[in-house]
Write a new protein. Structure first.
Length: 210
């Protein structure tokens, strides 16, 4: 099964991608990871991407698409894959089409902006060991102190309310239109976010007919 996971930042795409990858026996392709790997392996397209990053510029869609297309040709993708974090725009989706990359299913995890803001603004991380917490879902035993190492627990800049709202605005403007793009291709399935990770996985598996 060749699939894309769509959803707002903080919707749980990464978590569900990991679970589905294990259940279906297909790799999760994260654009961030394969970009870093291409640079580390010093492939021609990886070196081109590095030249943009070294200058503090965004890596162009053309280069990202080429790196993704090369990764999808690897043997472990023969039975399928899950694309996480790509495409982010209609332009990227069209470029994947032109590169001959086709998808069986596109899953969109539906969750309200209010819920995203509550979820992300409540996240905390240990500044020392990196352990993750949440002020309501997974609080520390002692407020502000990491259970694992005793380090100071802080809120990341990315999780501050104003930053979260900005990221949601970008999502609605640039990424959400992909739902209609894939709806028109007849491959979109929307899944309502559930109260727990397990319940969301169950609904996704049912939507996939597994």
């Amino acid at each position: 099964m060749k699939m894309i996971l769509l959803g707002a930042p903080g919707a749980g795409k990464g978590t569900q991608a990991e679970i589905l990858s294990a259940k279906l026996g297909i790799p999760t392709i994260s654009t961030g990871n394969i970009l870093r790997a291409a640079i580390q392996d010093q492939t021609p397209v990886g070196l081109e991407a590095k030249s943009y990053m070294d200058e503090g510029k965004l890596v162009p869609d053309r280069v990202i698409i080429e790196i993704v297309a090369q990764r999808l040709q690897q043997p472990d993708c023969a039975k399928g894959f899950i694309l996480d974090g790509m495409p982010r725009t209609i332009g990227q989706a069209e470029a994947l089409d032109h590169a001959g990359v086709k998808f069986d299913r596109v899953l969109s995890i539906e969750i309200s902006d209010e819920e995203i803001e509550a979820r992300m603004s409540g996240r905390r991380v240990c500044s020392k060991c990196g352990a993750s917490y949440h002020i309501s879902a997974r609080p520390t035993k002692v407020e502000g102190v990491c259970d694992s190492c005793g380090g100071t627990v802080v809120q990341r800049e990315d999780d501050k309310p104003e930053t979260v709202r900005n990221r949601l605005t970008v999502y609605h403007e640039q990424t959400e239109p992909l739902k209609e793009f894939y709806q028109n291709k007849g491959v979109l399935t929307t899944v309502d976010n559930q109260p727990t990770i397990e319940a969301t996985t169950k609904v996704i598996m049912e939507a996939l007919g597994i």
